[in-house]
Ligand binder design. Sequence first.
Ligand code: ZN
Length: 181
Amino acid sequence: MRLRTHIVTGGVIGFWIGGPLGGVLGAFSGAVPDVDLDVGSVARGARGLGALAIVGGTLGGYLLRSPWMIGIGLGGGFLLWMLIRLPHRGPTHSLALAVLWSLLGALLWKEPALAGAWAAGYLSHLLLDALTPQGIPWLWPLSAGRLRLAHWRTGSLWDHGILLLSGIAGLGLLSWRLLNG
Ligand SMILES: [Zn+2]
């Protein structure tokens, strides 16, 4: 599916689970698996983010005397650089990475609704990509077999339809929340 479909769907699901902040986290997590796309703004953004994590983590950790910060900055940054070199729809589109991502969310967000929105955004990405002919390597690294739930092509009417439905659901949720305080 297209990146905008992932961002909107992840955002709406996150919003439903965790409110406005949950929506932001869901949208972010919904986009993350495509960090392996080696073209365009996603890869450039991820490379920049990786560099920022490495430099920021090292400098900040040194200044604050926090080995944790240095470790997370270096580890996270290099992981990001490694991921963008992977084949598209590789390991980032597996259940194993979804579990790791959810664990990271549980560490970062003390509030269960926010951790839930974080995890759900990632899972929504895998589910949407599993609807396309390429499928996803859901059991990586155990198996290279791909899960395909449908044959809806990226950019097809189905893709547009899901984006439209997510947008309508998001507007409905927003107005429901505004009306009910
Ligand atoms: Zn994807």
